[in-house]
Ligand binder design. Structure first.
Ligand code: HEC
Length: 110
């Protein structure tokens, strides 16, 4: 009887411990964090011209389904275009620009 109880406690402890380790690891992959930040970043910094999170054309073109390659997008985000789009190369590091490109590629109609 006592031994059974003991085994149950050990099993419970192992379960709790494994959950405790597994859960934060699942919730905080770099991609999850990047995706979370990039939504806010896009809405506040780019949404003025790229409407509905980039799904529709505004002052700037629609970004959802953009046919240009990653280098083109990266170059445009970094260097902007005179008289059309500001340059953001000084505002974001490479990882942030990667996250923005992933965000653009992941855009789907609402
Ligand atoms: C002041 C308005 C404005 C803001 C703010 C702006 N853009 Fe743009 N963006 C434009 C315009 C206009 C173009 C089209 C430029 C051209 O004529 O090639 C463009 C083009 C682009 C392109 C290339 C798309 C294509 O097919 O030509 C990308 C990618 C892009 N913007 C991303 C962003 C991101 C990311 C942000 C925020 C960090 C942002 N833009 C903020 C106006 C803006």
């Amino acid at each position: 009887m006592k031994l059974k109880y003991c085994a149950a406690v050990v099993l419970l402890a192992v379960l709790v411990a494994s959950q405790g380790i597994a859960m934060p690891a699942r919730a905080q992959t770099p991609e999850d964090l990047a995706n979370f930040d990039v939504n806010q970043l896009f809405a506040s910094t780019c949404g003025f011209c790229h409407s509905d999170g980039g799904r529709e054309a505004g002052k700037g073109p629609q970004l959802m389904g953009d046919q240009h390659d990653d280098d083109f997008l990266r170059n445009r985000i970094k260097n902007g275009k005179q008289g059309a789009m500001p340059a953001f190369g000084g505002s974001f590091n490479e990882q942030q620009i990667d996250a923005i490109i992933i965000y653009i590629r992941d855009l789907k109609p609402r």
